[in-house]
Design a protein around this ligand. Structure first.
Ligand code: SF4
Ligand SMILES: [Zn+2]
Length: 171
């Protein structure tokens, strides 16, 4: 079940907001791989990693490290370019929380509590870890992946039948 990450209470438990860790804040936007890696490590010991990751995806934070994922991983999950525009990337989204493969991700339309202008939202739910996030572009990418996968399976079945028929004719 999808829970919106609109409530920001989780931020008070953020590992990166602890006074002892504030000196590392630049790591989260660093271009140096070793600093980025250190930032991700801090995220993996953070008690609010899931909330942070969900918030960053739902608010299109496409720069920096959030919830243990860097900008490239977040853009891939959202299927957007560095400009934030929808773009089909070479790799389809995995679950950003547990790395489950795209065929293990379900897409749904959910009601938005207190909806306002947007009463419903397109949501992705991981069948492995239950992590969920709201994103139209992620849903589009996952549905495109599933379509491509089922086309490939159908094609394989058709080829198999064709080969079987040819073999029968030859005997
Ligand atoms: S997951 Fe990482 S970026 Fe997010 S609050 Fe925790 S330490 Fe900060
Ligand atoms: Zn997952």
């Amino acid at each position: 079940m999808w829970n919106p990450a609109d409530n920001l209470k989780w931020q008070k438990d953020a590992e990166c907001a602890k006074p002892a860790n504030k000196k590392y804040v630049d790591w989260f936007f660093s271009k140096k791989p070793e600093e980025k890696y250190a930032a991700k490590n801090l995220c993996y010991s953070c008690p609010v990693r899931s909330e942070c990751l969900q918030w960053s995806l739902e608010n299109k934070q496409i720069w920096g490290v959030w919830g243990g994922k860097d900008e490239v991983e977040i853009r891939r999950t959202l299927s957007v370019s560095y400009k934030g525009e929808e773009a089909r990337r070479r790799r389809y989204p995995n679950c950003p929380y547990c790395n489950a493969r795209p065929f293990q991700l379900e897409t749904r339309i959910e009601n938005v509590p207190g909806g306002g202008r947007w009463k419903t939202a397109k949501v992705v739910v991981c069948s492995e870890c239950n992590f969920s996030w709201r994103s139209r572009t992620s849903v589009n990418a996952i549905e495109a992946y599933k379509q491509m996968r089922s086309d490939r399976i159908a094609r394989r079945e058709r080829d198999k039948t064709k080969r079987r028929r040819t073999r029968k004719k030859a005997t």
